[in-house]
Design a protein around this ligand. Structure first.
Ligand code: ZN
Length: 99
């Protein structure tokens, strides 16, 4: 069985000299770092509320629903929700009037 070296670099820029996990390009340490970075990225993405362009009534309703859903499930703080709701309200008041 052939052992390959980890393909990651250490913090100082030099190549990691540890053996890689079987079927993985990194050693245990760098694999754990990568998993931690992925979890952090997923957590940040789940806290992001994508409002989209608030250019018409349906877009404003979608944005409002997203903010309320994020507020309800605890992924958005009341302070941030208030700011977003003020932005949605501002967009709503500035929609072009039909007729
Ligand atoms: Zn490594």
């Amino acid at each position: 069985m052939k052992h390959t070296r980890c393909s990651a670099n250490k913090a100082d820029g030099t190549p990691c000299r540890n053996f890689a996990h079987a079927r993985l390009p990194h050693c245990h340490y760098h694999h754990q770092l990568e998993l931690r970075a992925r979890r952090r990225h997923r957590a940040l993405r789940s806290r992001t509320v994508r409002l989209g362009i608030l250019g018409d009534g349906p877009a404003i309703l979608r944005a409002l629903n997203r903010v309320l859903k994020s507020l309800a499930n605890g992924s958005l703080s009341p302070d941030r929700a208030q700011i977003l709701l003020q932005c949605i309200s501002l967009a709503s008041r500035n929609l072009p009037r039909c007729g």
